[in-house]
Design a protein around this ligand. Structure first.
Ligand code: F6R
Length: 366
């Protein structure tokens, strides 16, 4: 049931404050303001030195965002690869290490094969899945469920942000267990997480500002997304959403890599969408934005008023985000305008966003 929405995708985008809130409530002790995993781990988190993550598509991008959190808050190095590569690499894995697989459907063939490979190599398997009765869930030692509810739209939206929510809580819980985070640090980070659903609702309330930007992007044949830190994988997720829904070619790139090649592409025909939350890398991202501006680029900024002010460049489009969306978990909230933009470009172009051509919701073949 689409409710009052034209598409399942729109409904699912709008459900995010609720389902992310529900997911956070499942993995946080809201009264104490700390992370609380609803399952026991069969190993001592202190014994880990690294974790391995594998997944496909959007779920893989959730893992890439989580790498920043696991490294920073739990001091765990992260080896992450797409499942179709991981399983054939014959990767050496640490003794009794931790493998995290991420899947909305829990049926993705390559992700399942990566899980089985890791199991054969003695890894503890933790899966972050949305469908609890799925094969991946059944074959996992520990299941961390996302409480997104059924996702019908082929493009993953609410499952992605719920995966991020689970990863964020996991990073904080492991950080505490490993003696990396003090209670005080953990409480401050949990407070940021608790604020996220409200901020997502605020981002959704600003949906009207996306439409003129979407009409502009709909004219393009190629689009570049740029970001740093967690906004780098989010830029790849934005590019994936745009290409699968609107069939416009798009790429996500680390903003710092711009000058190592893609800057040659810059002209006014190619929109460059810069994700610039007010985090530690804002200044660097802004200087990359200015490199694009100096070459006559077609700039679209997704950022707070401070980012716009510091950019001091002529923008073809601006999607304003609240200044309060700052800190380590801003990707959770910036996912909203990224999804809405792809949705509006595609619907403006008359594409079927719930059933994009050539795509299936669950990829059970290799
Ligand atoms: C993109 C999308 C796909 C899936 C990928 C993995 O919007 O939906 O990239 O994320 O096929 O699917 P799951 O998460 O079911 O393993």
């Amino acid at each position: 049931d689409k409710g009052n929405y034209r598409h399942f995708m729109a409904k699912e985008i709008h459900e995010q404050p609720e389902v992310v809130g529900r997911t956070l409530a499942h993995y946080l002790d809201l009264a104490e303001g700390v992370a609380r995993l609803p399952f026991e781990l069969n190993f001592d988190p202190k014994s880990l030195s690294r974790v391995t993550i594998s997944a496909c598509g959007t779920a893989y991008y959730a893992g890439l965002v989580a790498r920043y959190w696991l490294e920073r808050f739990a001091r765990l190095s992260v080896d992450i690869d797409i499942a179709s590569e991981f399983r054939y690499r014959d990767p050496p894995l640490p003794e009794k290490g931790l493998m995290i697989v991420v899947s909305q459907s829990g049926e993705t063939a390559d992700t399942l094969a990566a899980l089985r490979y890791a199991k054969e190599h003695g890894q503890h398997i933790l899966s972050i899945v949305n469908v609890e009765s799925s094969t991946i869930a059944r074959e996992s030692e520990t299941v961390a469920k996302t409480l997104a509810g059924p996702e019908i739209g082929v493009a993953s939206t609410k499952a992605f942000t719920c995966q991020l929510a689970v990863f964020a809580c996991l990073a904080l819980a492991l950080g505490r267990a490993r003696g990396v985070l003090t209670r005080e640090q953990e409480r401050a980070l949990v407070a940021e997480l608790i604020a996220a659903p409200g901020q997502m609702a605020e981002a959704l309330n600003r949906e009207a500002q996306i439409e003129p930007v979407a009409r502009d992007v709909a004219r393009a044949t190629s689009v570049l997304y740029l970001g740093r830190g967690p906004s780098f994988p989010l830029s790849m997720e934005g590019a994936l959403k745009l290409k699968e829904l609107s069939y416009i070619h798009a790429e996500g790139y680390a903003a710092g890599e711009l000058k190592h090649g893609p800057i040659a592409l810059i002209d006014y025909a190619m929109p460059v969408i810069v994700l610039a939350p007010p985090d530690a890398s804002l200044e660097k991202t802004v200087s990359n934005l200015q490199e694009v501006a100096a070459r006559g680029g077609h700039l679209i900024l997704i950022g707070s008023p401070r980012a716009r002010h510091e950019a001091a460049a002529e923008l073809a489009g601006y999607i304003e985000m609240p200044e309060t969306v700052a800190g380590a978990f801003s990707a959770l909230v910036y996912a909203v305008p990224v999804q809405l933009l792809a949705y509006h470009v595609a619907t403006f172009m008359g594409k079927d966003v719930d059933q994009p051509r050539n795509l299936a919701k669950s990829v059970t073949v290799e």
